[in-house]
Design a binder for this molecule. Structure first.
Ligand code: CDV
Length: 319
């Protein structure tokens, strides 16, 4: 199979009081629409089962914090999603808060069309802070609640395609896409919750949609891959979040984009031949990449002093 009809299931806000069962009912409605529209794969958002709880302050280990994490996947509330998807022969990406023994991750899973979990990704780039600060307009405490992902950026061969995953803030980092690009990824699925009400320094609210589109299109184009990105959006707990869920082709074109800040399904026929085509010339990695010139990418974390070749190396006269 060379084309995977893909649905991006954008979700409107989920409030603190909304039960997982109610959220899953919304997902089932999106799944039913995806089936009617011929989808074989559906992407749900980051932390899709609950409100975006890292905006609230908890003490690590307190029961109210633990309640946002899933004890099992699938568990009693998510089982109907797995069952309905398997009955429809639809695979999916789902973001949720994972308990792994004593560790806690912001996680996404890849489920195939039979309902089997075939892949897992744990968020690497955790934005925000570990300590609350009342002077901020709003909190974003992912560094307080989650461990840094320990699975790298794996790519899974499933549903006739090479599929990779990332989560929200990961989409702003070129390394995310390139590590998957180097595994021949054909489709990257991702979910996000991008608030605009936190004040600076995060990003200018007026540019939040532009930065979203810029990151997704650049990542797709520069790595010759489809990108399917699902927002959780609208106003949660008084905090607005962007929508603009989209599907981007391996040539960097937006082929579908959500028009609302509510539950909304967008779809595209993702033909993996297009990904292969985009890798034949400009982004033929084997022919054109020069890893010997990229050492700083893995040697450094933050920016350091400029690394300047000697004047002799540059062939300057006075050397
Ligand atoms: N959930 C996120 O990772 N949100 C970040 C915000 C905090 C900037 C994002 O990159 O969209």
């Amino acid at each position: 199979m060379e084309a995977l009809v893909t649905g991006v299931a954008q979700m409107g806000p989920i409030q603190k009081i909304d039960s997982r069962a109610a959220v899953v009912r919304r997902m089932l409605a999106l799944l039913a629409e995806a089936k009617a529209r011929g989808c074989r794969f559906v992407v749900f958002p980051e932390l899709a089962l609950t409100t975006f709880f890292p905006r609230w302050v908890y003490e690590p280990g307190e029961p109210a914090l633990d309640a946002w994490f899933e004890d099992a996947m699938p568990g009693p509330e998510t089982r109907p999603l797995f069952d309905a998807a398997a009955a429809a022969g639809i695979g999916f990406y789902l973001g949720y808060a994972e308990k792994a023994g004593n560790r806690r991750f912001n996680t996404a899973i890849l489920v195939d069309g039979t309902g089997r979990i075939v892949g897992k990704y744990r968020k690497v780039h955790l934005p925000g802070h570990a300590e609350p600060d009342p002077s901020r307009l709003g909190e974003h405490l992912e560094k307080r609640y989650f461990h840094v992902g320990d699975l790298g950026f794996p790519v899974f061969e499933t549903m006739g395609a090479k599929i990779g995953m990332c989560i929200c803030n990961d989409r702003r980092w070129p390394e995310t896409y390139r590590v998957m690009g180097l595994q021949g990824v054909e489709l990257i699925a991702l979910g996000y919750n991008t608030p605009t009400g936190l004040g600076e320094p995060y990003q200018a609210a007026a540019q939040a949609n532009m930065h979203n589109e810029l990151s997704l299109r650049a990542g797709a184009y520069q790595n010759a891959t489809w990108v399917a990105a699902a927002a959780k959006c609208g106003v949660e707990g008084g905090y607005p979040m962007i929508g603009q869920s989209m599907i981007v082709s391996p040539l960097g074109e937006v082929v579908a984009m959500a028009a609302t800040l509510e539950d909304e399904l967008i779809t595209a026929r993702c033909d993996m031949k297009l990904a292969a085509y985009a890798r034949t010339e400009i982004f033929n990695f084997a022919r054109h990449r020069r890893p010997e010139a990229y050492a700083l990418i893995t040697d450094r974390v933050g920016a350091g002093e400029p690394v300047v070749p000697s004047r002799a190396q540059m062939g300057l006269d006075d050397a």
